[in-house]
Structure formats: structure tokens, C-alpha cells
Design a protein around this ligand. Structure first.
Ligand code: HEC
Ligand code: HEC
Length: 441
């Protein structure tokens, strides 16, 4: 509870969030000592005089993020899976990225974007927001990864650093040794060593500082939450949507058409903040099974999100099986691959799926031996009832779809306004006029 109120207070103060979140993290790491992922007892890097400053940590974090020496193979960095050219999501259309000590292991999930995560609250099974949610229990909310199993960015970084199928370090000593031989070593030592000591003599400390530097870097507003999209310019009264974009927003919000805003809110938050296009909740969309994922060659393997197998503390909550985190839609048009299992490789496919999953299921799911379509085939049969059946999935009377092709075009036009990189210019008359880099339109 205390962790959440710290994070909420932090959310309000915006830019100074980096250190604020770290404080919240320290509180949580202590409170959550029993959680399966709390592997940093007593987390809370110290300071040495005026070292390290936020600027120093951001700069080192940025270098660590692209540093392949952080992996056992020497060939994988955070950026290998979270590409800065693709809004820190996957660099290519593969459903998962390779990793492991010899780069021979296949991932099981699509790397999510790392942008606009700064308001992420710690995971809770029962989220009650008095301001925006009128005191109603919104269910599982918050946390990092597709299943919310970690609460802070420094804990999160431990997963890839030590996962055998990702960066595959055996232990802190291996990581420290490799880092010590990398070009970042000198600056790392200078920033994070106690007077007359060498941080590299304490591998556990090295891991803590790696996590802290990556965390502070990922909280850097200019890189991770710049709010420079056309959508933001419109919200600030500095630009106007064209006709297709405006129609797209109406469809996005309309509870009988896209109903997207029900899970990806598009309005200002009650504290005045611009929206992240996620309510930080969880949902089961019945995304089709992805045969390209190696793990799925085993017909008995099911990635069920909140109820496991990656997450292990909610396995008895069968009502959560199939639930994955609602991602932010900011910069989503820059992604190459979509959904937790990377099943789709274009945004249009995603929208076609929302529009026709339940009106034309044969388009998305395989047929069984009797020729019947196996809906929601990425869940065991007895759990398929968990899949969300509300609008936009719910067919209109006579089984008609809610969104036609022209409306999908409009939704796509609107979603592209969520790309950062729209430059607002002031004309001589004092009016605003916008222009776009190739990224944003
Ligand atoms: C081999 C690919 C790979 C590498 C390398 C990798 N990640 Fe990830 N990352 C993923 C995948 C896949 C997920 C989703 C994991 C899940 O849901 O279990 C993820 C999730 C995350 C998340 C959670 C995002 C969210 O929306 O909750 C963060 C933060 C993150 N990674 C940061 C990092 C950092 C920092 C590094 C470097 C230390 C890194 N990642 C290295 C693949 C990778
Ligand atoms: C019931 C809640 C809900 C509604 C309504 C909803 N979404 Fe989603 N959305 C989700 C969840 C949950 C995911 C992640 C699902 C997964 O990966 O299994 C998601 C994922 C996405 C993604 C993929 C993003 C990525 O990074 O992979 C896009 C794009 C998207 N939604 C757009 C929309 C649009 C457009 C609409 C309206 C037509 C919409 N959503 C309606 C909950 C919802």
C-alpha cells in the first residue's frame, strides 16, 4: 500500500520521477521480500558525496542499454530486443527474439515497447481508483512485463540479464567480469565506487548499479515519454486532426464501435496528465496461437499470462488465465509485431482481428478434425470462456461486424497520430501549424 501511494505521489510531480520511482522501488523491494522475483534484498544504491548524479546515471544507463558485454554471448544488448528505432519494441517481425549463451535460444514472448511506462503502478490484484474509477474494483492492474510479475524497472532488468534464453549471465560475477572489460567500465567505476574502493570488487553491487542506471535511463523524459505526438499537439490546442484522424478518434472512443478507450483511455487523466492509452489493466483477447513460437511446438504448452507459467503466484486463479497487460498505444504504428505472442505483423491485421474475431472466426483460428473452428485456440478448452466478448468483438444483430474497412482506415489514421516526432511550428500570425517527420505520418 505504501509503495502505491509513493508511486501515485510521484506520478503527479512528473519530471523528477526518476529518483521518485527509485524511492518507491526501494520501499517495495523491502515490503515484497516474499515475492518470487524480489531478488534484491535491501535494494537501494547508495550515494558517494555528489555521486552519482541523475545525469551521470542516465548517461551510463544509455550506454549500458546498448552494451553487448552485458550478455554471456557478447552479442545481445537490451537494444537487440527493444530497438530505439522502433519505439523500444522489437526490431523486426519475428514473434520473439533470440538469446542465450550461444544465441541459440528462442524467446517465448514479443518484447513490449519501453515507452510511456513511467506511470506504471506496482501490481495489485484489486485496483480501486477513487478519482478515475469511482471506487470500483478494476481487478488486476499494474506491474511490468506482459503478466505484471515485477514492480520496478530495476527488478525487471534482472530478468533478461540472468534468463538463460535472453542475456544468460550465470551470476553476478560473470556479469561484473564482462562489464569490467567493456568500454563503459571506466565511467562505471568512477560513478559507482565508494572512496578508495573499486565497485568491480563487489559483483553484487555492480548488478545493483546496473539495474539502477538502466532504471534511471528508462525514466528519461526526452527519450521515453516526450509527448511530442500530433495527438499531444491537438490536446494542447497547437494542431488539428485531419478529417480521417478526427473520425478515427470518434470510432476509438465510441462504446458501440471501437470501444478502444474502454481499455486504452484517450482522455486526460483526472490529475490533468495526458493519457498513456492504457488503463494498466489486464484482458484476455483470445489472440490466436502463434505456430512460429518454438515453445508452441509442444501442444500442451500454453502461455496464459497472469495465471502462468512465467508468473507463478496466481496459478490457482483460473479466472485470470489468458489475461495479458493492456499495452500503451503510443507509437504503436512504429512496432513491427503485435500482441504478447507476436502473432500479427501489421497494425491493420490487429484491427481486422478486433473487427472480425467473432463474426468471422474461421479467418483467425484453425479447424479441428470435424471441420469446426477452434476459437481461442491459444488457451486450453476449459479456459476459453475467460476471453473478453464485449465491444468491439460482440457482433451486431444478424452477426454483423462493428467496424468496416473504411472505419479501420480511419482508426489507423488516428493511431498514427500517437507517434512521437510531430513538430509544432508557430507561424508569423501567432497561429500554430504542425509538420511531421516521416516517423509521425
Ligand atoms: C532477448 C530479448 C530481450 C532482451 C535482451 C531484453 N529484453 Fe526486455 N523484454 C523482452 C521480452 C520478451 C519482454 C516481455 C517479458 C514477459 O512478458 O515476460 C520484455 C520486457 C521488458 C520490460 C517490461 C515492459 C513492460 O511493458 O512492462 C522492460 C522494462 C524491459 N524488458 C527492459 C529490458 C532491459 C533494461 C533490458 C537489458 C538489460 C532488456 N529488457 C533486455 C525481451 C528482451
Ligand atoms: C477489453 C479491453 C480492450 C479493448 C476494448 C481494446 N483493447 Fe487493445 N489490447 C488489450 C489487451 C489486453 C492487449 C494485449 C493483448 C495480448 O497481447 O494478448 C491489447 C493490445 C492491443 C494492440 C497491440 C499493441 C502491442 O504493442 O502489441 C493494439 C494495436 C490495440 N490493442 C489496439 C486496440 C484498438 C484500436 C482497440 C479498439 C478497436 C482496442 N485495442 C480495444 C485490451 C483491449
Amino acid at each position: 500500500m505504501m509503495g502505491r501511494s509513493v508511486a501515485r505521489a510521484c506520478r503527479r510531480i512528473g519530471v523528477a520521477a526518476a529518483l521518485c520511482i527509485m524511492t518507491a522501488g526501494a520501499v517495495l523491494a523491502a515490503a515484497d521480500a516474499g515475492s518470487p522475483t524480489a531478488r534484491l534484498p535491501g535494494y537501494g544504491p547508495r550515494t558517494f558525496g555528489d555521486r552519482p548524479s541523475v545525469a551521470q546515471m542516465t548517461a551510463i544507463g544509455e550506454r549500458l542499454f546498448v552494451e553487448q558485454a552485458l550478455s554471456a554471448s557478447g552479442r545481445v544488448s537490451c537494444a537487440s530486443c527493444h530497438s530505439p528505432q522502433h519505439a523500444f519494441a522489437a526490431p523486426n517481425a519475428r514473434p520473439a527474439q533470440p538469446g542465450g549463451a550461444r544465441l541459440a535460444s528462442a524467446g517465448r514472448r514479443n518484447p513490449p515497447s519501453l515507452m510511456y511506462l513511467q506511470t506504471t503502478l506496482p501490481f495489485t490484484e484489486h485496483y480501486i481508483d477513487d478519482e478515475d474509477g469511482h471506487g470500483i474494483d478494476a481487478g488486476p492492474t499494474g506491474g511490468f512485463t506482459w503478466d505484471g510479475r515485477v514492480n520496478t524497472l530495476h527488478e525487471q532488468s534482472l530478468i533478461p540479464l540472468f534468463a538463460p534464453h535472453e542475456m544468460a549471465n550465470r551470476d553476478a560475477r560473470q556479469l561484473a567480469r564482462q562489464l569490467q572489460r567493456s568500454p563503459v567500465a571506466a565511467d562505471f567505476r568512477r560513478a559507482f565506487s565508494e572512496a578508495d574502493k573499486d565497485v568491480f570488487d563487489q559483483p553484487e553491487e555492480v548488478v545493483r548499479w546496473v539495474g539502477a542506471a538502466l532504471e534511471v535511463y528508462q525514466q528519461d523524459p526526452a527519450t521515453f515519454y516526450p509527448y511530442t505526438s500530433k495527438f499531444d499537439a491537438v490536446m494542447r490546442g497547437q494542431a488539428q486532426f485531419d478529417a480521417a484522424q478526427a473520425r478515427g478518434l470518434v470510432l476509438f472512443n465510441d462504446p458501440n464501435k471501437g470501444n478502444c478507450a474502454a481499455c486504452h483511455p484517450s482522455g486526460r487523466r483526472s490529475d490533468g496528465g495526458l493519457p498513456a492509452f492504457t488503463d494498466s489493466g489486464y484482458g484476455a483477447l483470445g489472440v490466436p496461437r502463434n505456430a512460429l513460437l518454438l515453445a508452441n511446438r509442444n501442444p500442451r504448452y500454453f502461455d496464459m499470462g497472469l495465471c502462468g507459467p512465467e508468473r507463478t503466484d496466481l496459478t490457482d486463479k483460473r479466472e485470470y488465465c489468458g489475461f495479458f497487460k493492456v499495452p500503451s498505444l503510443r507509437n504503436v504504428a512504429q512496432h513491427r509485431v503485435f500482441f504478447h505472442n507476436g502473432r500479427f505483423t501489421s497494425l491493420r491485421q490487429v484491427l481486422d482481428f478486433y473487427a472480425t474475431r467473432d463474426t468471422d472466426p474461421g479467418r483467425w483460428y484453425p479447424r479441428d478434425a470435424h471441420g469446426r473452428v477452434t476459437r481461442y485456440d491459444d488457451l486450453p478448452p476449459d479456459l476459453r470462456a475467460n476471453v473478453n466478448a464485449e465491444v468491439p468483438f460482440e457482433p451486431l444483430p444478424q452477426g454483423k461486424r462493428r467496424l468496416n474497412e473504411a472505419e479501420i482506415d480511419d482508426l489507423l489514421a488516428f493511431l498514427r497520430t500517437l507517434n512521437d516526432g510531430f513538430a509544432v511550428k508557430r507561424t508569423q500570425t501567432g497561429q500554430h501549424s504542425g509538420s511531421c517527420t516521416d516517423q509521425c505520418r
